[in-house]
Design a protein around this ligand. Structure first.
Ligand code: UFG
Length: 325
């Protein structure tokens, strides 16, 4: 089976490409390398340098014929999306429409789409299941929700089958160390804590300790990126078997606070981590925890590597190279 992984050189995309390769699929990665890394390209996958903003480049690669496509090429900083929404409209909405229209023309279905828990906005209840109200608080989340809606229409009108996979907080690295690219100027908690542990940045700012949570810091649902990647393969196989689209929330269903995460990183790395509590970050809900029962029931998906220790250890192995003896 041949799979096209668009955005397959990025952090999540490279783990997804690896998961398909490990299951014996023939994988082509299509990426503009804007936020993806050459070092994330695997020798057993084919690479096409291309951009979803260029429909002719999509047409050329898709003409080769694929049994399905995974779409992970997007801008993903929630904060940034509020400053330059027009860039997010182009990259995330126009780019995805280009991709879907070319997939339709080439007869490529299903499309597995990277969606996000950002579509839900401030939680009305916990854990967050698929039916939770969709009220994105940032433009990034809005773009993901728009694409989910387009996918539903294309399914109805054109028979394009899709999986919309809503990630909670993706974290960790391939435990075998096969993914090496580290995100530059990361926005997310774990890579930032790792940079402090490795001596690449002086300290961590903890955004608030006065939330109504067990220790006052925000609680999130961290899910290992290889567990997420696995779900893409399973969702693809589910659609082939049932000829039915599927939308699922994916998280570990376990809440971890910022203080708890920092403590585990201290314990595992043995490094002091200077942390200072600063004010709350705008738009941060106190707690976000997924219900993944639908993924469990329909896909048999069970996270295997999403415990905090595996998340921390697998990330630390990539940051160790920066530590001077
Ligand atoms: N945090 C800090 N200090 C930092 C960075 C983060 O205290 O320097 C805290 C945040 O306040 C938050 C937690 O760590 O409470 C996690 O923050 P991240 O920025 O890593 O992740 P978010 O929960 O804000 O968002 C992430 C993705 C989104 C996605 C969302 C889904 O970045 O794209 O998870 O749950 F939509």
């Amino acid at each position: 089976m041949k799979i096209l992984v668009i955005g397959g050189a990025g952090y999540i995309g490279s783990h997804v490409a690896r998961a398909f390769l490990d299951r014996g699929y023939e994988v082509t990665v299509f990426d503009n390398l804007q936020s993806g890394f050459r070092e994330n390209l695997f020798v057993d996958a084919r690479f096409v340098h291309g951009d979803i903003m260029r429909p002719e480049q999509l047409r050329a690669v898709m003409a080769e014929g694929f049994d399905g496509c995974v779409h992970l090429a997007a801008l993903k900083s929630a904060g940034h999306s509020m400053l330059v929404p027009e860039r997010y409209s182009e990259a995330n909405i126009t780019g995805t429409i280009n991709l879907l229209n070319q997939a339709l023309a080439a007869g490529i279905s299903p499309v597995i789409f990277s969606s996000s828990a950002a579509i839900f906005g401030n939680p009305h209840y916990q854990p967050i299941d698929e039916n939770h109200p969709k009220e994105p608080e940032n433009y990034y989340g809005f773009t993901k929700l728009e694409i989910e809606r387009i996918l539903e229409w294309y399914d109805r009108l054109k028979g394009l089958r899709f999986a919309a996979i809503r990630y909670f907080n993706a974290a960790g690295y391939d435990t075998q160390g096969r993914v090496k690219g580290l995100e530059l100027n990361p926005d997310n908690l774990l890579p930032i804590v790792m940079e402090v542990a490795a001596g690449l940045r002086p300290k961590l700012s903890i955004f608030g300790d006065d939330y109504p949570t067990r220790d006052g810091s925000c609680v999130r649902d961290y899910v290992h990126v290889s567990d997420l990647a696995e779900a893409h393969v399973t969702a693809f196989e589910y659609i082939l078997k049932h000829n039915k689209s599927i939308t699922v929330n994916l998280g570990s269903e376990t809440g971890v606070s910022v203080f708890e995460m920092v403590e585990r990183v201290r314990a595992i790395t043995g490094r002091p981590i200077l942390a200072e509590v600063t004010g709350r970050r705008a738009g941060d809900p106190a707690e976000l925890v997924a219900s993944s029962s639908k993924a469990r029931e329909l896909l048999g998906w069970v996270p295997k590597q999403s415990d905090v220790d595996t998340l921390v250890r697998s990330t630390w192995q990539n940051y160790l190279k920066f530590v001077t003896p």
